[in-house]
Structure formats: structure tokens, C-alpha cells
Design a protein around this ligand. Structure first.
Ligand code: NAD
Length: 500
């Protein structure tokens, strides 16, 4: 089978360019299934120029016309979701159901953007001084860019583009080079929804293109989602260039399991949250803090291992698969090596997925569910994001110690507690240093009408992504102080600062 060609979308047209090609492989087989063009600085220049022209008319289009495009886009994404999900699964490797799940979450972000007429309502104060009124509202920034990771090729672009575009900006997407095809279908759907050419563009490439985006003087803001070292780089370089930046990084999400939790239910949630999508979610639970005595915590470890052993690992094309491969052979090798190091440091491998092979898919990057108990907090398995189907267990005597452990970790994306005590849940919620907290909910991704973001090494910048904070990120305020000559009782101009 010959590899598909993955093109850019520039000025509303699909186009290949001559830059070095990027091969996209099926993680379940290792076969090259597509080849993407890469854009250089000249192609970026052309795209930004077209996006700037498109912004000038799009930002002047009425809110009702803009929201009509958003409603239509929402309908098209919902109607074509199976096609989108198949593209995600083919290049990412996640199961079809899981791919559907990310589209559902992305639709919430389009829902929010459909209400742009409401969200952009400003404020007004009558008669702040005699005959003087003040009103404020928000304006679009211009051309903005989104740089996205491989693990959610539809949801993360939808965290950004719908609200940026609804607010009146043009948006340039630089998707992950590992699974870029879904972004082209999104571009088709935007066009079909009536979005003018040039308002949504897609450019493929790696570090060089990202750096060209960060340096481009006509790009006003950059949203980034990816690993922590790159998030930090993006934040520093783009903000040094005077851009607005939100850069969401990696994570080590903890679940604290109290002795009074329902162990069967907690174990079930931990298996789903730790091994779903092969652990390649920024909100995956990757560290379990088991609270209590060895007698209290061993049933939990046993229950996770039992349920984890039952997980069906296989390609996304097999409907029985509950979990797919990891993204690259290098990722699989790194995961195996981190687990081996933890073992040599004294941790116990309770469930070992390192040697898993899936019959018929020997070329795939499969790693089975892996559970490692008593991991030292100094081990790489605990200090680094593994981004694979590995749950590490550490032990704490009580909630205070559990909180100390969670808060000492450099990441602060999500954190969850499983308990039947409202008091413990409240203490955890108030004391934990994480941007998103779950109470008996393992993956507390806020609904689309809220905003998403972590703390510490999980977020560089001030604003969370999507929802109200997303809208604020893609707009800036203008406050107008106005007086009209026909106003009654017009006072004579005074050189003193107005005091009444
Ligand atoms: P990544 O950092 O390797 O890549 C993300 C983007 O950065 C891609 O578009 C890539 O092309 C670009 N990039 C890669 N190397 C670069 C470099 N040296 N200079 C400039 N740009 C570069 O991340 P990934 O492997 O695609 O995605 C997984 C990571 O993303 C994990 O760490 C995960 O936790 C994180 N993530 C975080 C969130 C969140 O909300 N905090 C959400 C999803 C994923």
C-alpha cells in the first residue's frame, strides 16, 4: 500500500511543499502509512500574510454570522465523527471508542464557542462623571498559532481554534508530526461550514517550523500543548518576542487512595485512568499514593493488578481492544527501561507488560499494563513523566503525608482523591498544588464551559486553556470613556483630574 500524502492548508487550499518529508507510521504495525510535507520560513511567511488578510475581514464579520459558522462546524464535526475517529486511531493507535471520546470533549469546546455573542458582551457604567460614560469590551488579537501534541490530535486543536476563531482571530495550526491527518479533515469541515479561506490554516513541521512561528512578528499569540521541556522553551522564546503565550506541559497525576475508599471502584478507575490510551494522556493517573497500613493497602494493589491483567491490548482495528500501542518504538523502549531501572532500585513489578507481543502485530509498539509497587520517590519512574501504561505505587501513612508527597512533585496538572470522607476530600482539594482536582473522579478534565490548566511544570503562562480563560487569552480589552456635546449640564473643561 502506498503512503498517503499529508499536505498543508494554506489560503484554504491543500498544498505540498518541498521541505524534508516526515513519515507517519501506524504504531500497531510499524508500517509507514503517510508522508507529510514540511513548511519552511518562506511558507510560514506566505501563510501568515494570508491569515492577516483573512483576519481583517473575518474580525469585522457580525457576531451572528460568525456564530452561524461555528454552529455549522459543530454539526459537521458531529456528523463526520466516525471518519475523524478512524483517522485518529490509524495514526495515534488509540481505540476507536477512545478516539470518539476525544471528539466528544472537543465538541464541548465548539459548543462554548457557538455562544460567542454572549461571551463577548462587555460592561457599561453610566454617568461615571457628569455626562461621561465608560464601556469596555474585548477585541481579537489578529493572527494566532496553536502547536499541538500527538496524544489528542483532534481534542487539543479544538481546545484552541473554535474560541480563537469565534473571537475574530485567524488561526494557524501546527499539529504533531506523528498524527497530522485529522487536522486536514478539520480544515475541510471549517471550509464546508463557511469559514473564509485563510482564517484556519495548517502547516506541518518540527522544531524549525515551531521556532519560526515563535519568532514571527505578525503572530500575536501562541498556544502550546506538549511536553514540559518544549513548553518551557516555547514560553521563553515566544514571550521574549513579545507574544502572549500559554504553554501547557507534561504531568505526573497522582491519585490518593484513602483506606475508607471503595477499593473495587477505585481499582477499576485507576486501571481505566492509568492504562486507557496506553497511559498517553496528560491527565492519565500515573502515580497512586496508597494511604494506610500494609494490611489496608495490599488489597488495593492486588485489585489493580487483577483488573489490569484483564485489559485487552491490541490494534485499534480490532473492536475487542481496550488499549492500543504507544506512539513510537523509542517510546516503548524508554518505558521498558524506566521500569527496569525502578526494579533495580528495589521496586516490585506486580504486573509486567514489558514483554507483551500481540500476535500478528509483532512490528507494533505494544507495552502491556504495568504496575510497580514501592517505587522510591527518587526513582526516574516517579520523578519523570513516563507517558505509557505504567502505574507506580507509593505509600503514605496518612493524608498529610500523601499531600506532602503530591505537592513535592514538580508537576501539578491533575490530582485525585478516592475516599468516602467529605472532610478528607475537602482537605485534599484545598491543600493540593494542582490545577484540576478530582474527588472520586480520576481524570478531572473540566467541562468545556470551564477552563483547563495545571500548575508548576505543567503550565507556563497565566491563562488556562479554553472556556472563559481561553476567550480572554485570544482577546484584549478596550475601555472607552465617552462624552457627547449634546449632554445636558456640560461642565467647562478643567485642567484638574475629574473628581465627580
Ligand atoms: P512534544 O513536546 O514532543 O511535542 C509537542 C509539539 O511540539 C509538537 O507539535 C512538536 O512538533 C513540537 N516540538 C517537538 N520538539 C520540539 C522542539 N525541540 N522545539 C520546538 N517544537 C518542538 O509532545 P508530544 O510527545 O507530542 O506530546 C506528549 C506530551 O504532551 C506529554 O508530555 C503530555 O503530558 C503533554 N500534554 C500535555 C497536555 C496538557 O494539557 N498539559 C495535554 C496533552 C499533552
Amino acid at each position: 500500500m502506498s503512503a498517503r500524502s499529508v499536505e498543508h492548508v494554506i489560503k484554504g487550499e491543500r498544498r505540498s511543499t518541498d521541505g524534508p518529508a516526515i513519515e507517519i507510521t501506524d504504531p500497531a504495525t510499524g508500517e509507514v502509512i503517510a508522508v507529510a510535507s514540511t513548511a519552511d520560513a518562506a511558507v510560514l511567511e506566505e501563510t501568515v500574510a494570508a491569515a492577516t488578510r483573512a483576519y481583517e475581514s473575518w474580525s469585522q464579520m457580525s457576531l451572528s454570522k460568525r456564530s452561524a459558522v461555528l454552529f455549522s462546524f459543530r454539526h459537521l464535526v458531529a456528523t463526520r465523527r466516525d471518519e475523524l475517529a478512524r483517522l485518529i486511531s490509524a495514526e495515534h493507535g488509540k481505540t476507536f471508542d477512545d478516539a470518539q471520546g476525544e471528539i466528544t470533549r472537543g465538541l464541548e469546546n465548539i459548543d462554548y464557542a457557538c455562544g460567542i455573542g454572549h461571551h463577548l458582551q462587555g460592561s457599561y457604567a453610566d454617568q461615571v462623571s457628569t455626562g461621561v460614560d465608560v464601556y469596555s469590551y474585548r477585541e481579537a488579537l489578529g493572527v494566532v498559532a496553536g502547536i499541538t501534541p500527538f496524544n489528542f490530535p483532534v481534542m487539543v486543536p479544538l481546545w484552541m481554534a473554535p474560541i480563537a476563531i469565534a473571537a475574530g482571530n485567524s488561526f494557524i495550526l501546527k499539529p504533531s508530526e506523528r498524527d497530522p491527518s485529522a487536522s486536514l479533515l478539520l480544515a475541510d469541515l471549517w471550509a464546508e461550514a463557511g469559514l473564509p479561506a485563510g482564517v484556519f490554516s495548517v502547516l506541518h513541521g518540527g522544531a524549525d517550523l515551531v521556532n519560526a512561528i515563535l519568532d514571527h512578528p505578525d503572530i500575536a499569540a501562541v498556544s502550546f500543548v506538549g511536553s514540559t521541556p518544549i513548553a518551557k522553551h516555547v514560553y521563553q522564546r515566544a514571550s521574549a518576542n513579545g507574544k502572549r503565550v500559554q504553554a501547557l506541559g507534561g504531568a505526573k497525576n497522582h491519585a490518593v487512595i484513602m483506606p475508607d475508599a471503595d477499593i473495587t471502584e477505585a481499582a477499576d478507575h485507576l486501571v481505566a485512568a492509568g492504562f486507557g490510551s496506553a497511559g498517553q494522556r496528560c491527565m492519565a493517573i500515573s502515580a497512586v499514593v496508597a494511604v494506610g497500613t500494609p494490611e489496608e493497602t495490599s488489597p488495593l494493589v492486588k485489585a489493580i493488578a487483577e483488573r489490569g491483567r484483564e485489559v485487552v491490548v491490541g490494534p485499534s482495528t480490532d473492536p475487542r481492544s481496550e488499549m492500543g500501542p504507544v506512539i513510537t518504538p523509542q517510546a516503548a523502549e524508554r518505558i521498558r527501561s524506566i521500569v527496569a531501572t525502578a526494579e533495580s532500585e528495589g521496586a516490585q513489578i506486580v504486573l509486567d507488560g514489558r514483554d507483551l507481543t500481540v500476535p500478528g502485530y509483532e512490528g507494533g509498539n505494544f507495552v502491556g499494563p504495568t504496575l510497580v509497587d514501592n517505587v522510591p520517590v527518587t526513582s526516574t519512574a516517579y520523578t519523570e513523566e513516563i507517558f505509557g501504561p505504567v502505574l507506580v505505587v507509593i505509600h503514605a501513612a496518612d493524608l498529610d503525608e500523601a499531600l506532602e508527597i503530591v505537592n513535592a512533585n514538580p508537576y501539578g496538572n491533575g490530582a485525585a482523591i478516592f475516599t468516602s470522607s467529605g472532610g478528607a476530600a475537602r482537605r485534599f482539594q484545598r491543600g493540593v498544588q494542582a490545577g484540576m482536582v478530582g474527588v472520586n473522579v480520576p481524570i478531572p478534565v473540566p467541562a468545556g464551559s470551564f477552563s483547563f490548566g495545571g500548575r508548576k511544570d505543567s503550565l507556563f503562562g497565566d491563562t488556562h486553556i479554553y472556556g472563559r480563560e481561553g476567550l480572554n487569552f485570544y482577546t484584549r480589552a478596550k475601555a472607552v470613556t465617552s462624552r457627547w456635546p449634546s449632554s445636558a449640564a456640560r461642565p467647562a473643561a478643567s485642567l484638574a483630574f475629574p473628581s465627580e
